[in-house]
Design a protein around this ligand. Structure first.
Ligand SMILES: [Zn+2]
Length: 271
């Protein structure tokens, strides 16, 4: 980032090809009007630009924390044209869920949000039953912090492919966020099957159990904790897990704890 000291240093001057989108800043997380534009970096003396140091593309400048990405403006424009037209050409030549996904990702990478949206519409008409394509596009939207259409795509993908674990996890985490814990638990039922830890991360169950506890639903919190303990016996020695279980057991007045005896010494155990 440019900086000046006593008016001597570097500064950006000018804003061309400006675009603004509302999205969470990757740095501070606040939702803000992120601004992208071409500018020129100058060497300045007493804030007077004296030496041009090249055109830059400022990407997603956040008004709250001022963090942003920088690219060489010419290189950025060249890369944008090359990659977007290559992906468009490929999709035109052989339209498939995979080439649609590639084009969609490329458009999002270069902040062509509206083009990406119209591609989604046409690709969904062309491949109406391809749940995997929807999941891929949803993941790309998540990476680009375009969350509204992402949520809608995950819901649509779930209607087509209710079996896909990553979709169930995505939807469950959203249900948890909005306090719909029963729905979340149903979506995560595959993680409560015996042996689930061998094929999946049980992290979402951990999150669910925490939310049950926070709501005072200690019975459900302990049911899930018992399953976590069965699947991953080593967590029985982890302090955070033990404290979690103890809290709910105490709330229910249970004195025969599910927790194993504490092993010693604690500090050599993997966390
Ligand atoms: Zn920020």
């Amino acid at each position: 980032m440019p900086a000046t000291y006593n008016g001597v240093g570097t500064l950006y001057y000018g804003k061309r090809n400006r675009s603004v989108r509302i999205a969470p800043c990757r740095s501070c997380g606040r939702v803000a009007h992120l601004e992208s534009y071409d500018t020129r970096l100058w060497f300045v003396i007493i804030f007077i630009p004296v030496l041009p140091l090249g055109r830059k593309r400022i990407i997603d400048a956040c008004p709250a924390c001022t963090r942003h990405f920088v690219a060489g403006a010419d290189e950025y424009e060249q890369a944008r044209q090359l990659q977007v037209s290559a992906a468009q050409e490929e999709y035109r030549r052989s339209p498939s869920p995979l080439t649609a996904l590639k084009l969609h990702g490329t458009l999002l990478a270069f902040h062509e949000i509206e083009q990406a949206e119209s591609l989604r519409q046409s690709a969904r008409q062309k491949f109406p039953t391809d749940g995997e394509m929807l999941v891929g596009m949803a993941a790309q939207l998540g990476q680009a912090a375009v969350y509204e259409p992402m949520a809608e795509l995950y819901e649509a993908a779930h209607r087509l492919r209710p079996d896909l674990p990553e979709v169930r996890v995505e939807l469950a985490l959203r249900r948890i966020d909005s306090g719909r814990l029963e729905e979340a638990r149903k979506l995560l039922d595959f993680l409560e099957a015996p042996g689930a830890a061998r094929r999946h991360s049980l992290g979402p169950l951990d999150t669910l159990a925490l939310h049950y506890q926070k709501k005072g639903r200690h019975q459900e919190a302990l049911e899930i904790a018992q399953h976590l303990l069965d699947e991953l016996p080593r967590i029985g020695q982890i302090h955070r897990f033990r404290a979690f279980v103890a809290r709910s057991e105490k709330a229910l007045g249970r004195y025969d704890s599910m927790l194993p005896a504490r092993a010693f010494p604690q500090r050599v155990l993997p966390r």
